[in-house]
Design a protein around this ligand. Sequence first.
Ligand code: NAD
Length: 311
Amino acid sequence: MSGFLSGKVVAITGSGGGIGRAVALAAAAEGARIVVADIGVSLDGGDPQSQVAEAVVAEIEAAGGEAVAVAESVTTLAGGEKIIGAGVEKWGRIDGVVAVAGILRERMLFNMAEDEWDAVIETHLKGHFTVFRAASAIMRKQEGGGSLVAFTSGAFAGSVAQANYASAKGGIVSLVRSAAAGLHRYGITANAVAPVARTRMSANVPMDLAEMGDPEDVAPLVVYLLSDKAKHVTGQVYTSVGPKIAVWNQPREVRAVYAEGRWTPEQIAARLDSTVGQERMPLLDQLEAYRKAAEEKAAAEKGTAEKGTAR
Ligand SMILES: NC(=O)c1ccc[n+]([C@@H]2O[C@H](COP(=O)([O-])OP(=O)(O)OC[C@H]3O[C@@H](n4cnc5c(N)ncnc54)[C@H](O)[C@@H]3O)[C@@H](O)[C@H]2O)c1
């Protein structure tokens, strides 16, 4: 422990388990006082149990740290205000917010129910807004500003059976960029982490992930983003998996073509492919590779089974 976050007050949503818990323990070990906010729900958001937040507070206290538990959902502004308010009430300020709370409701787009869409958008996207809004209102008036750390996912680039989750995670990236732009002048930074780590959530992913790590691998990047050493870092999206940290690009126009006057659909049909063209989705290539690998595996297994029968 190097006291990287000495004196800071940090609220961490979803810190009763998984990556949030690892972040809470690491930030507390670096001297931060922690609001552990979690309602202890199942992976799909049901069956809440307030004890998970209290259990993490007990772990932090046993290690000599300071923490307070809040069993409030991030899905309402009132909940967000209570989470941030708990830190302000106890320690007089709020220096950092890490929004880790999340759920999954996987379904193909054409089968997705309205409540599956709403619950995921509310927990992830609105769940970032509620705590960022409550915290930034205080941070902008306090000395030293503050740090907002969001949790997105590589799925923001697209997902086969998680249109709700991918949309929320894309929205979170835009929220972070907006917060970075709007709050810069108040000394508040906003960044997003796209993790991959062994938790109950990743156990649910239907395909093999090429890269994998543990929640404890993600925590140091979050601690850094919360610290005074990262005051110059804002508007960024970082992947964190095992030993790897990667930075994502900023969206930009890559090519342009101009009409003489206004375009007609016919002119676009004739000229678009050969001028601006498309930017191929890497995900489509990955899916194609998965499909080929699955076919080859099935063919190999069939061959082995036939050899076995012939014997
Ligand atoms: N694990 C991965 O590989 C992975 C990959 C990409 C993105 N992520 C993102 O990282 C974050 C953490 O994921 P995880 O794997 O630790 O998940 P997890 O399921 O282990 O933990 C999520 C926590 O959020 C809490 N929570 C859910 N809804 C809540 C609500 N309304 N209010 C308060 N707390 C609530 C849960 O009780 C749980 O403790 C999520 O935002 C997730 O989307 C994880």
